[in-house]
Design a protein around this ligand. Structure first.
Ligand code: ADP
Ligand code: MG
Length: 339
């Protein structure tokens, strides 16, 4: 066999495997796009756990015709200013979500840019992009149908509608926590409607956390606010008397991005180690902020992982920030945790 260059649609399909694991991955990518577009109101509609329909409506800045056409091609992005991968201020930057989605599902995009008279709608006729006029208010509506209908291997691994709907709820909770000033509505035939109204003022972040985590958490948690060098740690941490049997109720955000991270998990475990049994997990929502140059967000296509330039510093900031907060609430650790 000779080496050959693969056709674009096959390349997109292969790449999609890394970005689009399940319906919740699509919701994440599309809501991130809406946030990057400056939306203040985002409505997410799903049915059959997102397998048959995912629809994301935003009131962001929308796209003009040229951008709309480019938006679905691979490695096309408006977000990498000066090609600076070490200074990423947006949630997206890889320019592959829409291309990937179009490779594994039916994708359509309706959009109207600010200052445009009329909106546009993009769809596909086979591989061909078709754009037509489409009256609508400013913003963007992305619709994804029949997910994985051309990828039987993936379709087979999807869980029940209910499990996929729950995974969507989980990622929506994380995104909603990270952007308290934005209104989020999550609705559809597979769920009860959730509405998180926009929060304003000094306690916006705290109020949003309360909306999402519930009263039990709010009354059993203390605020965290700590700075060490360039690393700031804020958020809420539950008292050691309020614990869970797993780490699913730990929420981590780095520069506004929901992440999973061993350094942060380890730091939290360290801070609570004096107070918790091994099989109990603290409940926390922690926001870590630092200069973008101290952080690599280009670790995995799904962008849920980051790498810190100085892991030790981040770990120490998390431990000390949490220990101070717990200490003030009367939970004084006996041993000195090295930081
Ligand atoms: P990325 O977000 O990494 O740039 P995407 O494939 O998710 O890649 O999107 C490609 C481009 O399409 C974005 O850079 C942006 O310019 C445009 N775009 C996508 N979604 C929206 C939206 N909801 N509103 C406005 N522009 C959008
Ligand atoms: Mg994106």
């Amino acid at each position: 066999m000779r080496i050959r260059q693969l056709p674009d649609d096959l390349v997109n399909k292969i790449a999609a495997g890394e970005v689009i694991e399940r319906p919740a991955s699509i919701v994440k990518e599309l809501v991130e796009n809406a946030l990057d577009a400056g939306a203040t109101r985002i409505v997410v509609t799903t049915s059959a756990g997102g397998k048959s329909l995912i629809r994301i409506e935003d009131n962001g800045h929308g796209m003009g015709e040229e951008d709309l056409r480019l938006s679905v091609s691979r490695h096309a992005t408006s977000k990498l200013k000066d090609d600076a991968l070490d200074d990423i201020q947006t949630l997206g930057f890889r320019g592959e979500a829409l291309a990937s989605i179009s490779a594994v599902a039916e994708l359509s995009i309706a959009t109207r840019a600010k200052d445009e008279e009329l909106g546009l709608k993009l769809g596909f006729d086979g591989p061909r992009i078709v754009i037509s006029p489409n009256p609508m208010p400013q913003g963007t509506v992305v619709e994804v149908k029949s997910l994985f209908k051309n990828v039987p291997a993936r379709l087979k691994f999807l869980k029940s509608d209910r499990a996929e709907a729950n995974a969507i709820t989980d990622i929506m909770r994380r995104l909603a926590m990270s952007e308290p000033h934005v209104q989020f509505i999550l609705q559809g035939s597979d769920r009860q409607t959730t509405n998180w109204p926009a929060q304003t003022g000094d306690s916006a972040a705290k109020n949003r956390l309360g909306q999402i985590m519930g009263n039990d958490f709010a009354t059993n948690a203390v605020p965290v606010d700590y700075q060490r060098g360039p690393v700031r740690v804020t958020g809420m941490a539950a008292l050691p008397t309020y614990t869970k049997a797993n780490s699913l109720s730990q929420f981590y955000f780095v520069n506004g991005r929901p992440v999973r991270d061993k350094v942060l998990l380890g730091g939290v475990r360290g801070a609570y180690s004096d107070f918790l049994q091994r099989d109990r997990f603290p409940v926390v929502a922690l926001f870590i902020d630092m200069p973008s140059a101290d952080l690599d967000v280009n670790v995995h296509p799904a962008k849920s992982e980051v790498r810190f330039r100085d892991q030790g510093l981040v770990r120490a900031a998390v431990i000390r920030g949490l220990m101070n907060a717990l200490d003030e609430a009367g939970f004084r650790a006996s041993k000195t945790v090295s930081d």
